[in-house]
Design a protein around this ligand. Structure first.
Ligand code: DGL
Length: 270
């Protein structure tokens, strides 16, 4: 009864941590496509091809349900996968919708027309590919009216985090927040629209100021997955073991993952 969790690299571990705490009895198979990270600088075709290959690897590991714990893949590939590629007995879910439901104060499955919500000025921090896709604004427009979104593509940040260069990562966060504030001086809320960014959440909050509500996805996705599995218990696949798989160098990836999550994580070759 394993569930797959996929990211281009290590960022999805922030989601994995939250889902495994929320659902301690469910085995999770994590796959990081570290060999091809970052996805955020790739075009949509490339992200689609890589995401399909990774999803198939997780199906092979006994996961009928795969969570794309990667906004770039969710934004650039998921809709196309759902429209024409995923077989009937499998499911692939993204990480955007739970976040937007939280921002727009909606319950799961509330498909009522878009309405005014409490926040009006929202800063979105995401990879260049996610920003380019405008998927966040599209999903938001289905649910809310009158929300002004200013997006900041955080070039270089995923590379710095993947490399474990936290000094560079902090400098990049501060300069991307400055750039955002030049366009939107007083955001009410900020969305960390990349699963790598919660690793820098304190710096984002510090740079934005205490009055800005910072939304990150991990706990929202965990709640939404728990709810989904309650309603679809048959989607827990036949796999029985938790595993960490990488397309990169398992030793190097394990060391970086251990540093991030502050517990020993052992990756094996995908
Ligand atoms: N964690 C991915 C995301 O949520 C990282 C993207 C990348 O590889 O650039 O977008």
């Amino acid at each position: 009864m394993a569930v797959g969790v996929f990211d281009s690299g290590l960022g999805g571990l922030t989601v994995l941590d939250a889902v495994s705490k929320r659902l301690p009895d469910v085995p999770f198979v994590y796959l990081g496509d570290n060999k091809h990270a970052p996805y955020g600088v790739r075009d949509a075709e490339d992200v689609y091809t890589l995401t399909c290959a990774a999803t198939e690897r997780l199906w092979d590991a006994g996961c009928d349900l795969v969570i794309l714990a990667c906004n770039t893949a969710s934004a650039a590939a998921l809709r196309r996968m759902q429209e024409s590629w995923i077989p009937r007995d499998k499911r692939v879910l993204g990480v955007f919708v739970p976040l937007i439901e939280a921002l727009t104060e909606r319950q799961w499955g509330d498909n009522s027309p878009p309405r005014e919500v409490a926040v009006q000025h929202v800063a979105l921090f995401a990879t260049p590919a996610t920003v380019r896709s405008r998927a966040f604004q599209r999903e938001l427009a289905f649910r809310a009216i009158g929300v002004d979104v200013e997006a900041q593509a955080c070039g270089g940040l995923v590379d710095a985090i993947e490399e474990g260069d936290m000094i560079l990562a902090e400098a990049l966060v501060r300069s991307h927040v400055d750039a955002l504030k030049r366009k939107m001086p007083t955001p009410q809320a900020a969305i960390l629209g990349c699963t790598h960014y919660p690793l820098m959440q304190e710096i984002f909050q510090d740079a934005l100021g205490p009055e800005v509500a910072v939304y990150s996805q991990a706990n929202l996705v965990a709640e939404s997955l728990a709810d989904y599995l309650d309603r679809h218990p048959n989607m827990k696949g036949p796999g029985a073991d938790s595993m960490f798989l990488t397309t990169g160098d398992p030793k190097r990836v394990s060391d970086h993952a251990t540093q991030f999550l502050r517990r020993r994580i052992q990756f094996e070759a995908a």
